[in-house]
Design a binder for this molecule. Sequence first.
Ligand SMILES: *Cc1c(COP(=O)(O)O)cnc(C)c1O
Length: 443
Amino acid sequence: MAIDPRRTLPAVERVVALLGGLPQPMLVDCAREAVDAARELVEHGEAVTLDTVVADAAARVAHRRAEQLRRVVNATGVLLHTNLGRAPLGANAIREVADVAGGYSNLEYRMDSGERGSRHDHAGSLLARACGADAGIVVNNNAAAVLLSLGALARERSVIVSRGELVEIGGGFRVPEIMAESGCRLVEVGTTNRTRIADYERAVGPDTALLLKVHASNYRMVGFVESTPVDELARLGPPVMVDAGSGLLDETTPWLDHRPPWLRDEPGVRQAIEAGASLVTFSGDKLLGGPQAGIIVGTKEAVATIARHPLARAMRADKLTLALLQSVTSAYLSGDATQIPLWRMATTPVDDLRARAEVIARAIPGLEVVDTEAVAGGGSLPGLTIPSIGVAVTVADPDALRARLREREVIARVDEGLLVCDLRTVEPEDDGLLAEALRASCG
Ligand SMILES: *Cc1c(COP(=O)(O)O)cnc(C)c1O
């Protein structure tokens, strides 16, 4: 009588006992999948051993571990890489959030009177102070901030927008769709490339709730273009709302020694408020360099109306976000951007990057130091590049090398057949890790 070849299959428990690195139920899933795959092989007349089944299960464990959320080294040169979590947070912010997160907090509690307080009293009012507005609140992200603001201030009424600003930001954020979702009526004025004050003026009527200006963010129009600045719009009467998107807090960048040329004409939140905007919304994790959040600053009245809207409850920011924003905003207010990794990385002198690149390149044969161009990313500053330095390798198959680096937590880029690790987005303390990954992957 023939022996059933399936008898040679190891028991799932036996395979599990040889695995590690994930919670038990996930190890069992991986072991079961490997045993099932082995059974198929056996049924097709192939031989399996305990070792091959365990190796298959271990590969499945490794794959699942790789999919878990974890830290990576961003060597792409894209500072606000949306897929890599946009802005990294500084040590101060992490320390402060850890303190708040590790215990109870006065999130909605007034320490002076012992009465119920508001979560907008902390980061929201600090952010308002930092950009010269009367009041501020924080919601989950800027998409939510825009939706909520329009819903609270313009539902079933008209909102006037330039045709040149009916943009798609990416990730499914299209201005006309968000407006429709909020229940307001979109009134388009002007043309794609030119919208004048007279275009807005003609459209203003008793039904007008807001004049909306949207920062084009991820694209740039050049040539025969004209748009109407906030101060002119503010003179027309209806309140002006600005979706500033990337959220450069202040055009004059008082937290830096000098304004970097690559910021070019990026508009500031403070300047929009000064020009008379009643409301400005922006992201927490773009040029602010903080956590994912949507920040709304403006007049007391507008912000209070928004805070009272039922959707505000559905979109409110959590205590971790608020603690991080409080720390980041304090850094701006004290004029110390060295605490904000985004600005520290963005303004590191090229010579410093070159010195680090030379150390890495010296240690690994085949590596060369190259001039590169980093970008802000995150839908901000399109077409503008930040001079940078990288280490590069010429290999037959740069994509394969890029994949090997990914196995070691390093995300590189391929430029014209060259594998490049841009140092502008790499924290100096990660240089060793980067060098080790390159050494292991190039060898
Ligand atoms: C990025 C951006 C958004 C969306 O912001 P999130 O914080 O990613 O939700 C909305 N409007 C503009 C103009 C943007 O640039």
